[in-house]
Design a protein around this ligand. Structure first.
Ligand SMILES: *Cc1c(COP(=O)(O)O)cnc(C)c1O
Length: 474
């Protein structure tokens, strides 16, 4: 293993490399041109008996690993949702790795715990969340939503399911829209509710949950002796960033005493913009709320901000205190291992703190506004083009569109063409888009949210899209 002196030399080289990487990131193919197991087959089957110099490991990283990577930090990355990093985030992550601290309890890393409480309160203020919410950093929105569901389950059963398991003949029901994220499906499986008891409520023409259908469904379930457990509304769906009606849904939950969770994994970041605050009207009805700074707030993965109103219920759901973890400060401080599933926790608050301080609220707002205005700019161009159409107007910075030459009306044919177009676009390596299906329409998705995105990148993207559409044979 290298010693400290060699470490210092290597670390400087790494920083030089990282700087060059970011300077030249646009030269890489955004998506690698690679076949399954192409990388694996280049890797040594046997772990090394004797230590190897960092230089040679690094060389192999550049030669074998890097060409097989997708460049998520490239401004030409428009697929899925961004998983943004930023320079202050990288710096903080270096410190986190160096400290290598376990941040499970206050005792095990007091400053990490207190910084986490402090930055989560900042986020609360920045996004306008109710003051009586309590925040904790989870790894992902999937975990946050699972925590919400488990807490709801324990609260409704008076903490009996944790203790005795499910009672025979008891059926709990969970509701979300047909557009909700697949992490909800996963959570109901894990929480023992059962996929069959996840009821997907139809959406209106803008892909928002229909509250009247929700209420009717709940009433029917109650009449049938089923127990409504949780409603999950989405603020910014994954397919098209639709925003469910938070207030109406919240009122229904309140009336029937159902846990109300809001999944704002991606679009929650937009709540730092006063002009988008109206979308969260009714948030005071929520029992829990999640959004991912690791998506659109420039804090590298993983960092999911989970907020809950009833902190006691959360802790009661997860807390287990074995003798070896008992401490004198129990109850006086936050022990975040009791606020979720994992015991061991990384020091994730540090990068968030660096990001918020280095950007400033103003800097973060400027970035988001820029991304949103670039989306509007490119949306106008797509709309104006005879051979393209907008499938659903952009709410934030996700453009949902498709190729639709005037002489083709058959939807299946159009779906096939758009699938072909997407492959052609991505095979250029110049940009990377992804897709979804909206009411049977194969839709191209272009998210303009990468940290270093500039107008020239969206201009280039639009050029590539048009060029590739002209190459389509039909
Ligand atoms: C991305 C996304 C998720 C999942 O986020 P993870 O942090 O990867 O678990 C959940 N819900 C919505 C609406 C999303 O867009």
């Amino acid at each position: 293993m290298i010693n400290l002196e060699e470490f210092k030399e290597q670390a400087h080289k790494f920083v030089d490399w990282i700087t060059d990487y970011y300077l030249n990131i646009e030269k890489y193919s955004v998506k690698p041109d690679i076949k399954p197991y192409e990388v694996y087959n280049k890797l040594s089957v046997k772990p090394p008996e004797n230590g190897e110099p960092v230089d040679s490991i690094f060389e192999e990283f550049k030669k074998v690993i890097l060409p097989g990577m997708t460049h998520w930090q490239s401004p030409n990355f428009f697929a899925y949702f961004p998983a943004n990093s930023s320079l202050p985030s990288i710096l903080a992550e270096m410190l986190t790795a160096a400290l290598g601290a376990q941040c499970m309890k206050w005792e095990t890393s007091p400053a990490a715990t207190e910084l986490e409480e402090s930055v989560m309160n900042w986020l609360k203020k920045m996004t306008g969340l109710p003051g009586n919410f309590h925040g904790v950093i989870q790894d992902t929105a999937s975990t946050s939503t699972l925590c919400a569901l488990l807490t709801a389950r324990e609260k409704i059963s008076d903490y009996k399911i944790n203790n005795e398991g499910f009672k025979d003949g008891e059926t709990y029901r969970v509701y979300c829209s047909t557009e909700a994220h697949s992490s909800v499906d996963k959570a109901v499986k894990i929480a023992g509710v059962g996929e069959k008891n996840l009821i997907k409520i139809e959406t209106d023409k803008e892909y928002r949950l229909k509250p009247d259908v929700l209420e009717e469904t709940i009433k029917k379930d109650l009449e049938a002796g089923k127990k409504p457990l949780c409603v999950i509304a989405t603020l910014g769906t994954t397919s098209s960033t639709a925003v469910d009606p938070i207030k109406e849904t919240g009122k229904i939950c309140k009336k029937h005493n159902i846990w109300f969770h809001i999944d704002a994994a991606f679009a929650g970041s937009a709540l730092i913009l006063p002009e988008f605050r109206y979308l969260s009207e009714g948030i005071e009805y929520a029992d829990s709320f999640v959004f991912n700074p690791h998506k659109w707030l420039f804090t590298n993965f993983d960092c999911s901000a989970y907020f809950v109103r009833d902190k006691q219920a959360l802790v009661k759901t997860f807390q287990v205190v074995p003798e070896y973890l008992k401490s004198g400060n129990q109850g006086k401080v936050n022990d975040y291992c009791d606020w979720g599933i994992q015991l061991g926790r990384r020091f994730r608050a540090l990068k968030l703190w660096f990001v918020i301080r280095n950007f400033g609220i103003k800097g973060l707002q400027d970035k988001l506004r820029k991304h949103i205005s670039l989306a509007r700019y490119i949306e106008e161009k797509i709309k104006a083009h005879n051979n393209f159409e907008i499938v659903v107007p952009a709410n934030f910075n996700l453009i949902c569109f498709r190729f639709k030459p005037g002489n083709i009306t058959d939807n299946e044919k159009l779906n096939e063409l758009n699938l072909q177009l997407l492959n052609k676009i991505n095979n250029t390596g110049k940009i990377y888009l992804s897709h979804t299906r909206l009411k049977g329409i194969y839709t191209l998705r272009m998210a303009t949210g990468q940290t270093n995105l500039e107008q020239k990148h969206v201009d280039q993207a639009w050029k590539v899209i048009q060029e590739q559409s002209e190459n389509l044979k039909f």
